[in-house]
Design a protein around this ligand. Structure first.
Ligand code: ADP
Length: 166
């Protein structure tokens, strides 16, 4: 069984993430998308909400499941009996950080490899942060996130603005 994990914050899931998920799923028997609980930043969505949005947008890919996890990606991979960690590489700025993480993970767990998929050019400059910034100012995010995610992003933004949390 060739199994991989794809860890990240997914706050919220973007079309860039979805592109990586679809392509990675074709390379393995099972892909487990791991949604990180203990993100350093205060997320826009709770981990349960992020898991449920990801489950919805990946429901047509049979060999993908979505789980929450906390702690190290290598530990999550081990728990899932996965030998690969999938990461997406966007612009050059991702490269140094991702290389550092991959080397560190390799020292911690030498039997787990990191598999990098280069982004689809369409999404090379897309990040969850950009989506939140555009949505904050009421911009069109339909080119950036799956359709089912648009409503929740704007609703949460409106709630946050009302509470004066921005
Ligand atoms: P993290 O907080 O760990 O960076 P993210 O949710 O931002 O988590 O991203 C998870 C993974 O998806 C990372 O490997 C990141 O490089 C990749 N990724 C994010 N956006 C894109 C994109 N537009 N195209 C390809 N890969 C992406």
């Amino acid at each position: 069984m060739r199994r991989a994990v794809y860890p990240g914050s997914f706050d919220p899931v973007t079309l860039g993430h979805l592109d990586i998920i679809g392509r990675a799923a074709r390379l393995v028997d099972e892909l487990i998308v791991g949604v990180l609980v203990n993100s350093a930043k205060t997320p826009l969505f709770s981990v349960e909400e992020r898991v449920s949005m990801l489950a919805e947008v990946t429901k047509d890919i049979p060999n993908v499941r979505v789980e929450a996890f906390s702690g190290l990606s290598v530990d999550f991979a081990k728990e899932c009996s996965a030998r690969m960690i999938v990461r997406g590489l966007r612009a050059i700025t991702d490269f140094e950080y991702e290389l550092q993480m991959a080397q560190t993970n390799r020292i911690m767990a030498e039997d787990i490899d990191t598999l990098f998929l280069t982004t689809n050019l369409k999404y090379a400059y897309l990040s969850s942060t950009t989506v939140k910034e555009v949505a904050f100012y009421g911009g069109d995010i339909s080119h950036f996130v799956p359709e089912t995610v648009i409503g929740p992003v704007f609703r949460r933004m409106a709630e946050r603005k009302q509470k004066g949390k921005f």
